[in-house]
Design a protein around this ligand. Structure first.
Ligand SMILES: [Zn+2]
Length: 271
């Protein structure tokens, strides 16, 4: 199944498309905002905009949003584009301590996770144990050494990037990524996403351009719940939209004892 469409964030989309058109898109970006607001989905949308053959709707037209129809767009939407690398946190492998085997284990686990997301694109948040291990960063660096397969650009998306540092002081994976972020190859864009930027090392944050993503209007969350989850009963819709608090993925949950995703006390995110 293809990914569900991106809901909301029109202003941010316009700024990103404008930056691509003028050749000023930073090569290392950090999408930050509350959990479930659509950071990784926007990162994949940006990847699509970067590899699309006719952004803006047709060859010769002004640069614009991804067309959604060309082959590269379709490959991104089915998580199958060879130049769009989506890294998500994974539970650590128990397979050997040997470096190459660790990288192979991460590659297998990531492929398995992507296959699961192709089947079921509306995924649950990463488990508490899942991290971006040093093996995952080595896999990223291995892929970075190849040339793009299909086009002239490639994109690395690192979701829940704060999991590069599984606990304070464990920054081997983050450190291994630093040089790549500092001097990315000209054809490469990195997009990190995080709902907990304060957990990322300052050395990482200082090398990337931060893009803040705000909570969405209830009407947009309601549209997501209706169209993507098929929820039409008014009472349930109202309940889910209330729990989601401006984050579409929050509407995946019912009130079943799961903690709702309220914003942090004091509201550290811009609305
Ligand atoms: Zn396209």
């Amino acid at each position: 199944m293809p990914l569900p469409p991106l809901y909301g964030h029109e202003g941010t989309r316009n700024r990103l498309v404008g930056a691509i058109a003028s050749g000023r898109l930073p090569q290392a970006l950090l999408f930050e905002g509350p959990r479930g607001v659509g950071k990784q989905r926007l990162a994949l949308w940006l990847a699509q905009a970067l590899v699309c053959q006719s952004p803006g709707g047709g060859p010769g037209r002004a640069k614009g949003p991804p067309c959604g129809e060309c082959q590269p767009c379709k490959l991104v939407l089915t998580l199958s584009h060879p130049d769009v690398h989506w890294f998500v946190p994974l539970e650590p492998s128990k397979r050997g301590a040997d470096q190459d085997r660790q990288v192979d284990a991460v590659e297998d686990a990531l492929a398995e996770e992507m296959a699961a997301r192709r089947e079921r694109p509306l995924y649950e948040p990463a488990s508490g144990l899942a991290i971006h291990s040093i093996g995952a960063v080595r896999l990223l660096l291995r892929r970075l050494a190849y040339r793009p397969v299909l086009g002239r650009r490639r994109v690395f998306v690192i979701g829940d990037a704060e999991r590069l540092v599984p606990q304070p002081g464990s920054d081997a994976a983050a450190n291994a990524l630093l040089k790549a972020l500092e001097e990315p190859p000209v054809d490469t864009v990195f997009v990190l996403t995080s709902a907990a930027v304060e957990a990322l090392p300052p050395t990482i944050v200082s090398r990337i351009v931060r893009v803040r993503m705000a909570r969405l209007a209830d009407s947009i969350v309601a549209a997501f719940a209706q169209q993507e989850l098929g929820i039409h009963g008014q009472a349930e819709l109202r309940q889910r939209v209330g729990l989601a608090d401006g984050c579409p993925a929050g509407s995946l949950r019912r009130r079943t004892g799961v903690m709702p995703m309220r914003r942090p006390q004091g509201g550290s995110y811009k609305r």
